[in-house]
Write a protein that binds this ligand. Structure first.
Ligand SMILES: NC(=O)c1ccc[n+]([C@@H]2O[C@H](COP(=O)([O-])OP(=O)(O)OC[C@H]3O[C@@H](n4cnc5c(N)ncnc54)[C@H](OP(=O)(O)O)[C@@H]3O)[C@@H](O)[C@H]2O)c1
Length: 235
């Protein structure tokens, strides 16, 4: 897909991966609608911020309807908004469990549900869901976050098979540790320069979006090469 003049919706754009992706989509000439609780610093004639907590289905519906009142089609949906809390499962406050599920998977469902019908009519579109490498393996003290991201994987792989005959692509992205504010709830982990950069993850999504119409990336796993830095010194 050529990204010029495409209508794209990105959730969670105030910082991190979503912010980097917005900047790259705008640089490609797309018209970007950012759904989020906070706007962040993006200022661009082709960028519109819509205040929306994706945990609220009504807010998501109204936001998508307002975009569709201006454009005949939303061609790209990037489900990026998400968060993690960590620790032993039995010690996790239930509010944190629910906040993660409400954001990482329920919010994603609301966005897809609001956007998909018009993609089916147009018989084109690309939905990208951001999971995590935590969707590919279990990790101690990451059980709850893993559970939400395994749900994202299951949803994405099933939806891909559900909508491919309508000409709609679904891609699930599995990033490893990325240097963003995500680790604010993980006191043991300090973001550092050997992690992926949000721009790296965004670049991969741009490449997935730009692929020719007849094929697409179903699952895309990306990890830092040396997440703790080089272990072997150069000869
Ligand atoms: N960083 C990593 O290592 C990593 C690795 C794998 C996957 N991921 C995934 O990548 C995605 C982006 O994370 P990030 O690393 O960029 O983290 P981040 O810097 O914390 O950004 C998360 C974004 O999601 C938004 N958000 C959170 N809850 C929201 C809600 N209820 N409604 C609307 N927006 C909401 C935040 O906006 P406000 O808080 O300003 O509202 C923020 O813009 C997440 O799904 C995360 O699980 C991250």
């Amino acid at each position: 897909m050529n990204l010029k003049d495409r209508i794209a919706v990105v959730t969670g754009i105030s910082k991190g991966i979503g912010n980097a992706l917005c900047q790259q989509l705008l640089a490609k000439g797309s018209k970007v609608y950012g759904l989020g609780r906070n706007k962040g610093e993006i200022e661009h004639p082709n960028f519109t911020f819509i205040s929306c907590d994706i945990r609220n289905e009504e807010e998501v519906k109204t936001s998508i309807e307002s975009i569709l009142s201006k454009h005949s089609q939303i061609e790209i949906l990037i489900n990026n908004a998400g968060l993690g809390y960590f620790g032993f499962l039995e010690e996790m406050p239930s509010e944190q469990w629910h906040e993660m599920f409400d954001t990482n998977i329920n919010g994603m469902f609301y966005c897809i549900k609001a956007v998909l019908p018009q993609m089916k009519v147009a018989q084109t579109g690309h939905i990208i869901n951001i999971a995590s490498t935590a969707a590919l393996e279990g990790m101690p003290q990451v059980s709850a976050y893993c559970a939400t991201k395994w749900a994202v994987k299951g949803l994405s792989e099933s939806l891909f098979r559900e909508v491919r005959d309508f000409g709609i692509k679904v891609t699930c992205v599995y990033p490893g540790s990325t240097k963003t504010d995500f680790f604010r709830n993980a006191p043991g982990i300090k973001p550092h320069d050997y992690m992926l950069m949000p721009e790296d993850v965004a670049l991969g999504m741009i490449q997935a979006l730009e692929m020719p119409d007849n094929f697409h990336t179903v699952n895309w796993e990306i990890r830092p090469l040396q997440v703790k830095g080089p272990k072997i010194s150069k000869p």
